[in-house]
Design a protein around this ligand. Structure first.
Ligand code: GLN
Length: 511
């Protein structure tokens, strides 16, 4: 072997080591001087370069910006010392393409926003930067976050790193796949009905939907404003907490942002679950078509928590079964209003039909929306407009809002007896690409276990719970009352220790 071959092998091993480390581990290594932020970023960019052709987690890789940011942090360490570095200095992060990034393409997976450069950063993006984390790219997603497989992206689907023939889940499929594939230890996504937790489950990573109002929505392109919430993806529970604590907290720029201070998660993470009361939600464990291995993983989660000293019982949240139909009225209704802003004038695409000079604004608006939106987005706009129209409003939208109130009440009752609740995250593991594209209802059912939390405005997260017989990841969901993140993470950490997943599993084998 020539010396350049062995240099190359050594670099490769080094890169592979860096891309398998946790965010906490990388931040510590950068702070101690073991590695530079630039080396960390280069290792991740090299892995993206080598493997994202087959995964397609990213719509846009911000290599130059990431390197410049890393060099600036390394220079700061040299001039002002390691203590001057912010907590996540040098840690790469993937950013879902629904989050506005100043001067960096933000498409929401849609042709209608192709070419649009936001003039400002989302609050979460600004907070990421302040935490020292380094955005390496914009992650692929279902168009306007509508979908459960990332196949609704106008720019082609993301592939699940555990099996490239399968979906990564959605709508934040690019974020989940990026973390699973080792392109970044952290990612941000959004969850309106399950779009963080469901892809986290399908990609074998941790995904958190925080309490509504806990993370700013300023600069998040709106899908359903009363449900949308930003949250973290990571390979470990601790890393997910680090990222959440970096971005959450009150933001005066978002009128729905909660002003009360956040109870920190990390100090109590290792407190264990002794004495906690955990309820297994009957309606969400007995869903139609649940894969037996998913049920078995949930049973194992119950045993692990019992062994760790928690008390478990089953609990009924009766209205949870109406979550899915209520969601598919409320979310499209809000979307039909939010997406009216894509009119061919203010953002991105403009299609002018007919002879030059002959078109009017309405024709331009119609032609732009016809060309710019994909089928699922059009379906949602039509469903939502119908649900809100005179004569149908009470029967559809009004009824769905009443169901939402019942769901809130039923969860409140459950939390009178339990600290947290438990359920599967999604009824099955990752399905083959193409399997559900012609059957929207089958696709919608992927979110049957996650949607009730969004309607309740509460918190929930998905934890990897082993692999099924085909080697595909399974997720279990921990649900908590609004502002219950600290106790939710404690339970998640106990499950992580019990399952031992992060330590032993990695897509493509033990490497
Ligand atoms: N899959 C659900 C939908 O299509 C949820 C999407 C989301 O949470 N953004 O609406």
């Amino acid at each position: 072997m020539s010396s350049s071959d062995s240099d190359h092998d050594r670099d490769h091993d080094r890169d592979r080591d860096l891309t398998s480390r946790s965010a906490a581990g990388l931040a510590a290594a950068v702070r101690s001087g073991e590695v530079s932020a630039r080396e960390v970023v280069d290792a991740h960019l090299a892995r993206i370069e080598a493997l994202d052709g087959s995964v397609h987690a990213f719509l846009h890789v911000t290599a130059d910006g990431a390197r410049a940011r890393a060099d600036a942090l390394d220079a700061q360490r040299r001039s002002d010392g390691p203590e001057s570095l912010p907590p996540l200095a040098g840690v790469p992060v993937a950013v879902k393409d629904v989050l506005c990034t100043r001067g960096v393409p933000t498409t929401c997976g849609s042709r209608i926003l192709e070419g649009w450069l936001p003039p400002y950063d989302a609050t979460v993006v600004a907070r990421l930067e302040a935490s020292g984390a380094i955005a390496v790219g914009k992650a692929n997603m279902d168009e306007f976050a509508m979908g459960s497989s990332t196949e609704n992206s106008a720019f082609g689907p993301t592939h699940n790193p555990w099996d490239l023939g399968r979906v990564p889940g959605g709508s934040s499929g690019g974020s989940a796949a990026a973390v699973a594939a080792g392109f970044a230890p952290l990612a941000l996504g959004t969850d309106t009905g399950g779009s963080i937790r469901q892809p986290a489950a399908l990609c074998g990573v941790v995904g958190v939907k925080p309490t509504y109002g806990r993370v700013s929505r300023y600069g998040v392109v709106a899908f359903a404003s009363s449900l949308d919430q930003v949250g973290p993806f990571a390979r470990t529970v601790e890393d997910a907490a680090l990222l959440l604590e970096a971005v959450w907290g009150h933001d005066p720029a978002d009128s729905t942002s909660i002003p009360t201070p956040c109870e920190p998660i990390l100090p109590g993470l290792e407190r264990g679950v002794a004495g906690l009361r955990v309820g297994v939600v009957r309606e969400l464990t007995e869903v139609d078509g649940i894969q037996p291995e998913v049920s078995a993983a949930l049973e194992q989660a119950v045993k692990l928590l019992e062994q760790a000293g928690a008390t478990l019982d089953s609990v009924s949240v009766p209205s949870a079964i109406y979550g899915l139909p209520a969601y598919y009225l409320i979310a499209p209704a809000e979307a039909s209003s939010n997406l009216a802003r894509f009119d061919g004038i203010r953002y991105g695409l403009r299609v002018v039909p007919g002879e030059p000079g002959s078109a009017n604004a309405a024709a331009m608006n119609g032609a732009t929306r016809h060309a710019g939106f994909g089928a699922e987005v059009k379906r949602r706009i039509m469903l939502g407009t119908y649900a809100l129209s005179a004569g149908y409003y009470d029967a559809y939208y009004g009824q769905a809002q009443r169901v939402r109130t019942l769901i809130i009440r039923d969860f409140d009752r459950a939390y009178e007896h339990f600290d947290v609740l438990l359920s599967p995250t999604t009824p099955t593991t990752a399905f083959p690409l193409g399997d559900k594209v012609d059957d929207p209802l089958a696709m919608y059912l992927s979110d049957v276990c996650t949607i009730p939390t969004n309607l309740a405005g509460a918190a929930a997260m998905s934890i990897p719970a082993g692999l099924d017989g085909s080697g595909l990841p399974i997720g279990v969901q921990v649900l908590a009352p609004g502002l219950g993140e600290a106790v939710m993470f404690r339970v998640a950490r106990a499950l992580e220790l019990g399952f031992g997943f992060a330590a032993r599993a990695r897509p493509g084998g033990p490497a």
